[in-house]
Design a protein. Structure first.
Ligand code: C2E
Ligand code: SIN
Ligand code: SIN
Ligand code: FE
Ligand code: FE
Length: 359
């Protein structure tokens, strides 16, 4: 404990310094000149201040005011010594930040008791500050862990869906990246773009509710079967909705609205243009582009050029034209993503998953 002692009277200064030295862990640092003391305090850590009231350059109250304005000195315990018998002086000292006042002549027993109170106060302050810093660290760590768990749960949820869905994991990886590209190109804030990247893979999670006879049908669906298939949008919404997680709320909106169309002819609600949540308008393009360029149980994959023509031709009817333009502006990166996540690798990964038997 560094005890700064300020007293213009050298006899008093030596007396108080002597008394302070007798207290365990206390290192007295005496100053006869209060301005020199203030200067020293600006550059050094101080644990307790003991200051005389009546001094020629600046009095104890002016000293305390100056001291309290220094950085990190707002709570440092201060004891003022005074032989002034004016009640107002004491009140003023307390108002401007003295923690305690001791009447001169200094009584050794009383002085030690006060000084020990001051150092105890200081120790609690330090402990509290340490604990607060420790807690802030723990909270940051826990928050990061929760975010990682959230990401992991999504991966696992998507993996569960993959067991039933003929769409492979590569579809999910590609369409999430296409969605992200569009969001970035449209100038959405980075946080929003990241949420879309994470939420997009869950757009078809509702397909877990569709019977295999329809989901895995190798040919064209009948009108009746397609009506049932359409239910995957609402089912996905019901799986994901109502979460406190912003990302899952966005995912719920995407699941429900990724088959809505710009002209209002989509499903499940027949929403049009601005009524369709923006992340869903973005994902619709990424999803169809990837569905077209991939082989499905019911069709072969299209060449990229043909899929691009389809998007351009459907801009303003099926798709939001602004989102289509954003996609087209990034077509080079689209090709790179398409090449980076080929379907074959994925079917390997998928058959690996299917063979997995828990220990
Ligand atoms: P999906 O295979 O992921 O396809 C997503 C969307 O891409 C489709 O939504 C559709 O808008 C578009 N799309 C996919 N393939 C084609 C295509 O060959 N031509 C055109 N013009 N668009 C295509 P949609 O139509 O609402 O279908 C939703 C889901 O229903 C599909 O997801 C797929 O799982 C299933 N589905 C749709 N039609 C058939 C079908 O004829 N047979 C089977 N077995 N499943 C189908
Ligand atoms: C002194 O100024 O050193 C003695 C008077 C006082 O403590 O108030
Ligand atoms: C003081 O102001 O320090 C002394 C006055 C008093 O004891 O009433
Ligand atoms: Fe879908
Ligand atoms: Fe899809």
């Amino acid at each position: 404990m560094r005890i700064v002692i300020v007293d213009d009277n050298i006899v008093n200064l030596e007396l108080v310094t002597h008394l302070a030295r007798k207290v365990d862990d206390c290192e007295p640092i005496p100053f006869q000149n209060p301005l020199a003391a203030l200067l020293w305090c600006t550059e050094n850590d101080v644990d307790v201040v003991i200051v005389d009231f009546m001094m020629p350059e600046i009095d104890g109250i002016a000293f305390i005011r100056g001291f309290r304005e220094l950085p990190d000195k707002a709570d440092t315990p201060i004891l003022m010594l005074t032989s002034d018998h004016d009640r107002e002086t004491r009140y003023e000292a307390l108002r401007c930040g003295a923690n305690d006042i001791l009447q001169r002549p200094v009584d050794a027993i009383e002085f030690w008791a006060r000084l020990k109170n001051m150092t105890a106060l200081r120790r609690s302050q330090q402990l509290l500050a340490d604990r607060a810093a420790h807690l802030a660290l723990e909270v940051a760590k826990a928050t990061k862990e929760i975010a990682q768990r959230e990401d992991e749960m999504i991966t696992r949820l998507s993996r569960a869906a993959e067991f039933r869905d003929p769409e492979t994991g590569a579809h999910i990886l590609r369409m999430a990246r296409y969605s992200h590209l569009i969001a970035v190109q449209m100038g959405l804030p980075k946080g929003q773009c990241d949420l879309i990247l994470k939420a997009a893979p869950m757009h078809d999670i509702g397909k877990v509710a569709i019977p295999d006879s329809i989901l895995l049908k190798p040919g064209k669906l009948t009108a009746e079967e397609f009506e049932i298939m359409k239910g995957h949008a609402e089912a996905g919404y019901r799986i994901l909705r109502g979460s406190a997680s912003q990302m899952l709320r966005i995912a719920a909106g995407i699941a429900r609205s990724h088959h809505e169309k710009h002209d209002g002819s989509g499903y499940p609600l027949g929403l049009s243009s601005g009524m369709i949540p923006l992340p869903a308008r973005i994902v619709a393009i990424a999803d169809v582009f990837d569905a077209l360029t991939s082989a499905r149980a019911y069709k072969d994959g299209w060449p990229i050029e043909q899929a691009l023509h389809f998007l351009a031709a459907s801009s303003g009817t099926h798709f939001d034209p602004i989102c289509v333009s954003a996609f087209m502006a990034r077509v080079d990166e689209v090709r790179a993503i398409h090449a980076a996540f080929p379907g074959a690798e994925e079917s390997e990964a998928r058959s690996h998953d299917l063979q997995y038997v828990p220990a």
